[in-house]
Design a protein around this ligand. Structure first.
Ligand code: ADP
Ligand code: MN
Length: 285
């Protein structure tokens, strides 16, 4: 759950100071000792523990008593720091309802200059052992891998959007901080949930976007009917953090998998049959 804007607005300055201190100290500690937080903030022990108890109740901080009393930032706290910065910069003025939740993200509607979507990346411990082992940017060691990986994931997605927009149909990038990416809000269902009137044209348009991204050096690497949204009859490709460079050694395999996924979907749902080899040559040619 992401912390509500009301809660963020009502955060006491000591609570903000403690969150900021925790974030800095988590480069050194897995669990930040209480004394460290007292030193960093210049607050008394009773003040710090009182403020920490509130942050814990709001799901921003976690406490661990073994082997010493230590505190750690959790996703809720990291989201809050990102949201606070984005609000200060004027990128976001209000947070709306949740519009999506995946294994590794939570997406909210928000208000910026216009309606935007804000995606909080949440690369947790699970994904280090199992899926997405091809994500080379995941840190191998060092403290707080989830925090570093979630930030890197957001930065990577933002880089993809800024590189591709507007040549490739992706959401307009609006801003980025820590694990959060702000982009234009796309209103419309995913390809998986629509019933297209002209599926042949839509498939052409999708492949043309894949081709253009390839020309710009990027392969999506998680392309599916769930990561394509349809807005006013136009496709918009979302969910880019795992993109791969076209000169990567596995690029051929990954591109082929993206294309096979899309072709399989159109064959299943619309009985459109295309030769993957021909399509692949067309995209890379
Ligand atoms: P995940 O890696 O969790 O699948 P996505 O980027 O696919 O992350 O986002 C999850 C869901 O949030 C999407 O399936 C979609 O419903 C919604 N979503 C993401 N970005 C946007 C956007 N820019 N506009 C509207 N909805 C979005
Ligand atoms: Mn997705």
């Amino acid at each position: 759950m992401v912390v509500s804007p009301e809660r963020i607005r009502s955060l006491h300055k000591y609570e903000k100071a403690i969150l900021a201190a925790l974030e800095r100290q988590m480069k050194r500690y897995e669990w930040v000792p209480l004394e460290s937080l007292e030193q960093a903030t210049g607050l008394s022990e009773s003040e710090v523990t009182y403020r920490l108890s509130r942050l814990i109740a709001w799901g921003m901080v976690r406490f661990n008593p073994v082997p010493y009393d230590g505190y750690a930032l959790v996703f809720g706290g990291y989201d809050t720091l990102a949201l606070t910065t984005l609000t200060k910069k004027g990128t976001i003025s209000a947070l709306g309802t949740k519009i999506g939740e995946g294994k590794e993200s939570v997406v909210y509607e928000a208000l910026g200059l216009g309606p935007v979507a804000i995606k909080f990346h949440r690369i947790g411990m699970r994904s280090f052992n199992t899926a997405r082992v091809n994500r080379e940017y995941l840190p191998e060691n060092g403290h707080c891998p989830w925090l570093i990986a979630s930030k890197l994931s957001a930065e990577r997605e933002y880089l993809a959007l800024t590189t591709l927009h507007p040549k490739v149909s992706v959401p307009l990038p609006v801003g980025q901080n820590r694990n959060a990416v702000v982009m234009a809000l796309i209103t419309g269902p995913s390809l998986s949930r629509c019933r297209l009137d002209e599926p042949d044209e839509m498939l052409d348009a999708i492949l043309e976007n894949v081709r253009e991204a390839y020309r710009l050096g990027m392969i999506h690497a998680d392309l599916s009917e769930y990561n394509i949204l349809i807005e006013d009859g136009k496709c918009v490709i979302i969910d880019w953090p795992q993109w791969m460079e076209t000169n990567h050694q596995n690029a051929g395999t990954i591109l082929e998998r993206d294309i096979t996924n899309i072709l399989a979907f159109f064959e299943r749902k619309y009985k459109i049959v295309r030769e993957p080899g021909d399509v692949l040559r067309c995209v890379t040619g």
